[in-house]
Design a protein around this ligand. Structure first.
Ligand code: F6R
Length: 250
């Protein structure tokens, strides 16, 4: 996993936006997997500065609460419209967000898995990490080969999202996430330092689903100093990033 350490949450968002815009420049009809939570909000603020860049982007997302429709302010669909889609140019036919207001979550899960295949796979998946090590809503113990499916949330996760949300969700599986061509994990704040250390330097295990990213051929974690503070090889990661080979280098 490539580790990029930035001074603070603002610089982290700048770096993440730079990576997303570079992908968009390479492929304007990028298949972009979105994440919710507090961490990527700064990234979405920066993405909004180039509204035209999203005209052909195909949008997917990681998860949604069972029973919540897009008009519910607690839904992740509402989050994406509020923080990104309402501010950029996009085509409705290109929005493939998971829906929680369906009768059959398994059918919805299969539908999205099929759509990901139809568009040729996710090019770039944005990720955050829960303090329990979840990615998407793949809570501890999730199979590292899991596919999109209904998932029961840990009480800690329900509390993190305000407490008044359902304890059942639909989430892309760890295996589904691992098929994205590129994964961009964002983590900021001292309360993430412990789990970031386990994700990057700990053993790969379903107890910490984010450790699966160690097996991903092209995953990067953009961290702020606080989130990186418990990494044993922090100085080494900084040195590698400062001295790495870059395209066009002579
Ligand atoms: C959200 C998601 C979650 C969050 C995680 C971190 O779509 O899939 O895995 O990324 O709960 O949330 P924040 O950023 O609020 O700490």
């Amino acid at each position: 996993m490539e580790i990029i350490i930035e001074p603070d949450a603002g610089a982290l968002a700048d770096r993440a936006a730079q990576i997303v815009f570079a992908e968009l420049a390479r492929k304007p009809d990028l298949v972009l997997g979105l994440a919710t939570g507090r961490t990527p909000i700064g990234l979405y603020e920066r993405l909004r500065t180039k509204p035209e860049a999203f005209a052909d982007v195909r949008f997917f997302n990681l998860d949604e609460f069972f029973g919540l429709g897009p008009s519910d302010p607690n839904s992740f669909n509402a989050f994406f419209y509020k923080h990104l889609l309402n501010h950029v140019k996009f085509q409705a036919k290109n929005v493939h967000l998971l829906r929680g207001d369906v009768k059959d979550l398994e059918e919805q899960a299969q539908l999205v898995e099929d759509r990901i295949k139809v568009v040729g796979g996710i090019d770039l998946q944005i990720l955050g990490i829960g303090r329990n090590g979840h990615i998407g809503f793949n809570e501890p113990g999730s199979s590292l080969g899991s596919r999109t499916r209904p998932k029961t949330l840990e009480p800690e996760t329900v509390a993190h999202y305000g407490g008044s949300i359902p304890n059942l969700a639909i989430t892309m599986g760890v295996g589904t996430i691992m098929e994205a061509r590129r994964c961009l994990m964002l983590a900021s704040g001292a309360d993430k330092a412990e789990i970031v250390c386990r994700m990057v330097e700990g053993p790969i295990m379903s107890e910490v689903p984010a450790t699966a990213l160690q097996m991903h051929p092209r995953a990067a974690a953009v961290l702020d100093e606080a989130a990186a503070s418990k990494l044993k090889r922090r100085d080494y990661y900084k040195w590698v990033f400062a001295n790495k080979w870059r395209v066009g280098q002579k």
